[in-house]
Design a protein around this ligand. Structure first.
Ligand SMILES: NC(=O)c1ccc[n+]([C@@H]2O[C@H](COP(=O)([O-])OP(=O)(O)OC[C@H]3O[C@@H](n4cnc5c(N)ncnc54)[C@H](O)[C@@H]3O)[C@@H](O)[C@H]2O)c1
Length: 555
């Protein structure tokens, strides 16, 4: 007898993977449910991949209403029953969100559609595609980097996407609309997906063209997660006029396109390219600030005030202070998908890309500089980095979210560990920092950033502390890594009291104002900040003031 396999949810609940016999039963049940839903006049929508995007998109579609104010869709979230992800299915079927979000609407929406409206379910059987009128593809398409700081040395990982497209083509009806929402290498819909599906259609004796469309997600982790899917502008296109008509109607049905009008582009490659440029543009602005951040640090300039001064000019209002990295799932990879597509999908041999890959490389390695600042601050206090307890505040890649994917903080922890520091972490939004706890397999087997550094083994034991003040006790340095609300107004007196002695404070995100920096120096701490060269002036001022008071006492 083969051993039963389990999938374990983040809260530790064990779910046995379905057996072969269960598949037939599952599909028969779905057929019965779908027959009832069809009688209600509802369109059947299958969302493939119920991860960060798919789970919420599925709920948004289910929650949409027709002109009479009634649900017009029945939604089935389809997820492959892997050991890693199967647990998402039973959880969603209980009305619980498989993704953790800071937006309370995610849980409410999923519960409402599953339990009250009863028009959202989840399944593991690919046969469900046979029942679909629309299939929305939300599986991942990663860009796997082979080196640190050289994203050209990498490739698009299309395995999951190509596998799903094949299975979809084997099962769907010829008239089913297939919407690819996955961020893909530009050209994928027409030059990868279309041929895969057309060939399978032909082998099934179907002569019509697959109705393929592309529309990308602009979803933003945080408190407006649902709105960033539903109440936001969308771009789309289709492989032919029919696909374009169908995708336009579908998106108008499910999204708030009255307030946030849809842009329909001529061809899917244009919609795919729009997504890649959009994110590369953002990554580039941030990377551009990296050199000015160093300039500021070395020449007595406070980059925070400089950026604020520039931003008053309306044409420059979206300038951003660069933190210790870029992070999130999309910005570190999307430009890579574009560069890769140029050669591997479109067959060009020359090298036209300069800025896009360079921006990713700069952003990917910006966190390393934080380790240098910690080292220098401790050195100024006469202490070595080796064996020093260093507390990192904020593991997520941006403020007030619990998303740690490719966060600059991970780079900081890895580099400081390599340099001999003992790392401690606090983050109010996290229970686990999986990038460390399961670094042998996460985000992919053999693709952890651990492989770029020495002495990473012990980081599997790294646990996220939930008690900020307790975590500070006795540490030699504190890194303010993310602008979480909880860190914005920490009182220097209280911090030093909690630590028990003066320590080094490293500000990666312009969190400290000048008064706080001065207070830390008054309390005997050392302060350093990314892009904050004026700190040296404040230090000098405090030193002179201290000297003056000492001389006054002696007089
Ligand atoms: N997360 C974001 O903030 C964000 C924002 C905009 C765009 N996107 C894009 O959306 C896409 C999905 O991202 P995500 O964050 O939801 O990823 P994710 O990894 O959270 O979810 C993907 C899901 O698809 C499942 N899956 C993979 N292969 C499958 C298969 N063959 N059949 C069925 N299920 C399969 C996985 O198990 C997983 O649950 C990506 O292209 C991403 O770039 C993400």
């Amino acid at each position: 007898m083969t051993q039963k396999e389990y999938s374990i949810s983040p809260t530790g609940e064990k779910f046995p993977l379905p057996t072969k016999q269960e598949y037939t039963k599952e599909f028969n049940q779905l057929k019965e449910i779908v027959a009832i839903q069809r009688k209600l006049g509802r369109e059947i929508v299958v969302v493939v991949g119920i991860g960060f995007v798919g789970a919420v998109m599925a709920a948004v579609v289910a929650d949409s209403k027709n002109k009479k104010g009634e649900p017009s869709k029945f939604v089935i979230g389809m997820q492959r029953p892997s050991v890693r992800s199967y647990w998402k299915i039973p959880l969603l079927n209980r009305g619980m969100s498989p993704v953790k979000s800071e937006d309370p609407e995610v849980d409410i929406l999923i519960e409402r559609c599953v339990k009250e409206k009863k028009n959202l379910v989840a399944t593991y059987t690919y046969e469900v595609m046979k029942l679909a009128d629309v299939v929305v593809v939300d599986v991942q398409c990663d860009y796997l980097k082979e080196s640190l700081g050289d994203c050209r040395n990498g490739s698009a990982d299309m395995v999951a996407l190509e596998a799903s497209l094949g299975i979809i083509a084997e099962n769907i009806k010829p008239e089913t609309l297939v919407l690819i929402e996955t961020t893909v290498a530009p050209g994928t819909t027409e030059q990868v997906a279309y041929p895969i599906m057309k060939k399978i259609f032909e082998s099934r004796g179907i002569n019509s063209a697959p109705l393929l469309a592309h529309s990308y997600e602009r979803v933003m982790p945080g408190k407006d997660y649902v709105a960033s899917i539903r109440d936001f502008w969308r771009v789309c296109s289709g492989v032919n006029q029919k696909a374009k008509r169908k995708i336009t109607r579908f998106l108008k049905d499910v999204l708030n396109t009255d307030k946030f009008p849809l842009t329909v582009l001529d061809k899917p490659i244009e919609s795919e390219t729009a997504k890649i440029i959009e994110n590369s543009y953002r990554a580039t602005i941030l990377a551009f600030m990296d050199e000015w951040s160093l300039f500021a640090e070395r020449n007595g300039v406070d980059l925070k005030k400089v950026i604020e001064a520039i931003k008053v000019r309306p044409t420059h209002s979206n300038m951003i202070f660069p933190g210790p990295g870029i992070g999130g799932y999309c910005l570190p990879k999307d430009g890579g998908l574009g560069v890769w597509a140029y050669q591997h999908i479109h067959g060009w041999e020359d090298d036209i890309f300069k800025i896009t890959p360079l921006a990713i490389d700069i952003n990917d390695t910006r966190g390393l500089h934080v380790a240098q600042l910690v080292r220098d601050a401790l050195r100024n206090m006469g202490q070595p980095i080796a064996a020093a307890d260093v507390l990192l505040l904020g593991a997520a890649y941006r403020e007030d979210v619990g998303d740690t994917r490719y966060s600059g903080s991970e780079m900081v922890v890895r580099k400081l560990t390599e340099m001999g520091a003992e790392m401690l972490v606090h983050d109010p939004y996290l229970e686990h920092w999986w990038e460390f706890e399961v670094q042998d397999t996460y985000p992919h087997p053999e693709y952890s950033w651990a492989r770029f550094f020495h002495r990473q083994e012990k980081l599997k034991e790294l646990r996220v502390s939930k008690d900020l003040w307790k975590a500070m006790k006795g540490v030699k340095a504190i890194i303010l890594a993310v602008r979480h609300a909880e860190y914005l107004d920490l009182d220097p007196q209280k911090v030093v009291k909690a630590v028990g002695k003066p320590c080094a404070i490293i500000d990666c995100f312009a969190i400290l104002d000048d008064a706080k920096i001065e207070s830390y120096f008054m309390l005997g701490c050392e302060v350093k900040g990314m892009g904050r060269g004026h700190i040296q002036r404040i230090k000098e001022k405090v030193r002179k003031n201290k000297l003056r008071s000492k001389n006054n006492v002696l007089k």
